[in-house]
Each structure stands twice: as structure tokens, then as C-alpha cells.
Design a binder for this molecule. Structure first.
Ligand code: RAM
Length: 337
């Protein structure tokens, strides 16, 4: 009997040790959350769907969230909820570059893996960013499109999302860089307007641009919500051919305007793939040894292997190149996303 006592003691001590060290994760499959900018955006729904597809594929539980309004405050409240829920990872599509930092740092301190996708947050607020395409290419290509549409001369305006949106702001900076080329001497950027990725506000901002700048020749809308709203306004006001339109659009929302010629061409990437890549990257962060440092690789299901590269002070994974949609291919894509 005597020799069993130490064994029991060891077993009990091990149990105490194991319980003490057990990660504070709830039972069941690990929870992977994505927070998009706001509700009511079909692009965002596709991005979240892609994220969910990845999480379902590797056997996790997906949590899809988006606030009603595209604000940092609303996203902070959601991050707090997810910390309390002890999720394994949070993927944030940021409404602000810096404002989410304390909340996201709190999540990381609680052992939650944090990444951003689509609209990034600053490098201190996340471990890696999933970038849809090179911001420089996106910005420059849209200005080049406007230039070609207006014959190299005239007033142009930008109809963006919110004034704080990291992704749109980065693209607009590159648009301004492109406009410094002497070839644009006769092109004037008259205004950057903000429709906040809300349909009605984007419509009224577009109407405001037309009113304030009667000689406006082209609107660049680097947001799927903005470009669809602008397409509607140009159509309703019978301005096709007088005011051109390009930017970043969702084929399913823009097909009618591309087919009618209101928007001759536009660009985008596959939002399903952005979310899907983010899902697999979140899993890699959770299971390790991937930490999101330069050179790390993630095997992202059907997308194959993707590598982490530098991104200023932080790191990123690049999905690919922006894709051009026009009358020749829009029919193939409008049912996909
Ligand atoms: C809107 C959102 C999103 C952006 C696209 C192009 O749907 O602002 O973040 O990537 O447009």
C-alpha cells in the first residue's frame, strides 16, 4: 500500500499542474472571428463568406461580425466581446489605422492571434496583414483608367469610403502620386468625397459632386459601395458618356452599368479569396510555428502556399494583382461575386 501513496501524490500533483496550465480556451472547436467594416456591403459579405469557408474546411468555428456603422468605436466594442468569448483569432478589417490599437493589443495580450485583412491596422496592432493587391498598382491603375476615359484632359473626382479607411486612403495617396506625372498636366483632381460605404450617403455625395463641379469628366470610386452608387446616379441623370466612371467594383453589382457603358471598365480582386486566405492565415497563427514574420509560409487550401513579405514596419501576405472587368468578361463574373 505504502508504495502507492507517492504514485497517487504524483498523479494528483500532475492534475493540479495540468489544470493550472490549461489554456483558458473554451471547449469545442477553436473560434475564429472576422470583423468587417460595416453591415449591408455585399463585398464584405463575400469576404466573410470566404473566411468562413476556410474555417469550416479546417474544422474551426467561424464567427462573422460587422457593426451597423463603419466606425472604430463599434469595432472596439466587438473586439472586447470576442476577448471575453476567448476566441482563438481575430481578423480585423479596420475602420481606422490607429484607433483599434489598444483593443487589439489587449486581445494579443490575452493570447488571441490577431491579423488584419483588406483594410489594415498599424503594424503594432496585428501580427500580419492580408493585402488584396499592391496599393501602388491599385492607385495608379485607376488614375490611368480615368485618363484614358477622358482623353487625357479634364476634371476628375474621387468618391471614397470613410475618411479613416486605411485601404482607400493608401490607394488615394498612390492616385495623387500618379497624378504628379507630367502626362496628367491637363487633369485636375477637384475633390475627394466620402460616402462612408453607405449606399444613401454615397448617392448624395455623388450628386453633390455633380452639382459642385458641372464640368466633371470622371469619378474614380475606389469602393464597391461608392462605384455602384455613382453608377446609379449617372444612369438616373442620363449622364452616360458625359461623366465617366471607374474604380473598384463588385461584378454582381456593377454588371448593369458595365453592360450599359456607364462604367467602361473597373478593377477588383476576388473578395472570397481575401477572406479565405485570411482564414487559413489565422489558423497558421493559432497552430504555429507560423508567427507572421517575413519568410513564413501558409498553406491556404485551394490557393496553395503563400509567403509573408515585408510591409513597412510590419508584414503582409499579398493575394495577387487587381483584375480588370469590362464588357468582354463581366458576364462570366457577375454570378461569382
Ligand atoms: C468596399 C470596402 C472594402 C474595399 C472595397 C474595394 O467594399 O471599402 O474595404 O476593399 O470596397
Amino acid at each position: 500500500m505504502k508504495k502507492f501513496i507517492p504514485l497517487i501524490a504524483i498523479a494528483m500533483a500532475s492534475l493540479v499542474f495540468l489544470v493550472g496550465c490549461a489554456p483558458a480556451t473554451p471547449p469545442g472547436p477553436a473560434k475564429y472571428a472576422i470583423i468587417f467594416k460595416n453591415t449591408g456591403n455585399p463585398y464584405g459579405e463575400k469576404e466573410m463568406e470566404g473566411f468562413k469557408n476556410a474555417v469550416t474546411e479546417f474544422g474551426g468555428e467561424a464567427i462573422l461580425k460587422a457593426p451597423d456603422a463603419p466606425t472604430a468605436e463599434a469595432q472596439i466594442a466587438m473586439i472586447e466581446e470576442l476577448i471575453a468569448q476567448k476566441v482563438a483569432a481575430i481578423c480585423i478589417v479596420g475602420n481606422d489605422k490607429d484607433a483599434l490599437e489598444p483593443a487589439l493589443k489587449k486581445a494579443m495580450a490575452a493570447g488571441i492571434k490577431v491579423l488584419s485583412a483588406d483594410s489594415g491596422v498599424n503594424a503594432a496592432s496585428r501580427q500580419v496583414h492580408i493585402n488584396q493587391a499592391d496599393p501602388e498598382r491599385i492607385g495608379r491603375v485607376e488614375v490611368q483608367a480615368a485618363f484614358d476615359m477622358i482623353g487625357g484632359e479634364g476634371e476628375i473626382a474621387v468618391l471614397s469610403a470613410t475618411s479613416q479607411a486605411t485601404n482607400q486612403n493608401a490607394w488615394i495617396e498612390w492616385m495623387k502620386e500618379e497624378l504628379k506625372d507630367p502626362k496628367y498636366a491637363k487633369v485636375k483632381l477637384v475633390k475627394v468625397a466620402y460616402g462612408d460605404d453607405l449606399r444613401d450617403k454615397s448617392v448624395s455625395e455623388m450628386e453633390g459632386l455633380l452639382k459642385s463641379f458641372p464640368n466633371l469628366k470622371c469619378v474614380i470610386a475606389p469602393t464597391t459601395v461608392g462605384i455602384a452608387a455613382a453608377g446609379k446616379v449617372i444612369t438616373d441623370k442620363n449622364l452616360k458618356g458625359k461623366v465617366h466612371l471607374t474604380g473598384l467594383g463588385l461584378p454582381s453589382e456593377m454588371a448593369e452599368y458595365i453592360e450599359s457603358g456607364v462604367c467602361e471598365w473597373m478593377y477588383l480582386w476576388n473578395p472570397l479569396d481575401v477572406g479565405y486566405l485570411a482564414g487559413f492565415t489565422a489558423q497558421a497563427l493559432v497552430t504555429g510555428p507560423f508567427t507572421g514574420k517575413v519568410g513564413d509560409k501558409v498553406t491556404a487550401g485551394k490557393l496553395g502556399e503563400k509567403s509573408v513579405i515585408a510591409d513597412g514596419d510590419g508584414t503582409q501576405i499579398m493575394l495577387g494583382d487587381p483584375f480588370k472587368f469590362d464588357a468582354t468578361n463581366i458576364a462570366d463574373w457577375k454570378a461569382v461575386y
